[in-house]
Design a protein around this ligand. Structure first.
Ligand code: 4NP
Length: 164
């Protein structure tokens, strides 16, 4: 079993959270921490369950050296909230949906927060939904996800060094 687990959450689990999943997994692999850190992603909605990530996300990620094509969308379930150490929402709507599920299911959850809390130098706190927009939106998602993943990696390293 991994020592630390991270779950990225967006709406559809085909654009933003699989991007974060692929980018952060690569950083974990590169850091030699794959045996100690579990990475996963899901959506608060169920429309795209079983689908591969959006081709536009896969293409922009591949340009930067990250693989997403093997990922498949799934929907957030209450067990996730008990299971994962970090539950990281892409935007405020995702965050309120996660908290709603937590209240309803009465699970005691670890840390539920906005992913961009780990991108302290970025002026924004939400990863904008790129689904209905152009290619620029997908590049912006990658920029924000890369920045927050670096901050998250530092936090995860600290937790691994001094587990509470
Ligand atoms: P994501 O983007 O939440 O980043 O995966 C979306 C994907 C699909 C839809 C909305 C957002 N949709 O409405 O189908």
């Amino acid at each position: 079993m991994a020592d630390v687990s991270v779950l990225f959450v967006c709406l559809g689990n085909i654009c933003r959270s699989p991007t974060a999943h692929g980018v952060f997994q690569q950083m974990i692999d590169d850091a030699g921490l794959a045996d100690r850190v579990r990475v996963d992603s899901c959506g608060t909605g169920g429309w795209h369950v079983g689908e591969a990530p959006d081709r536009r996300s896969t293409a922009e990620a591949a340009r930067r050296g990250y693989q997403l094509a093997h990922l498949r969308a799934r929907q957030l379930v209450s067990e996730d909230l008990a299971e994962f150490d970090y539950v990281l929402a892409m935007d405020g709507n995702n965050l309120s949906e996660i908290k709603k599920l937590q209240k309803k299911s009465k699970v005691d959850s670890a840390s539920i927060q906005l992913f961009l809390e780990y991108a302290s130098q970025q002026p924004v706190r939400e990863v904008p939904d790129p689904y209905y927009g152009g290619a620029d939106g997908f590049a912006e998602v990658l920029d924000l996800v890369e920045a927050a993943s670096r901050g998250l990696l530092a936090d995860v390293r600290q937790r691994l060094e001094s587990p509470c």
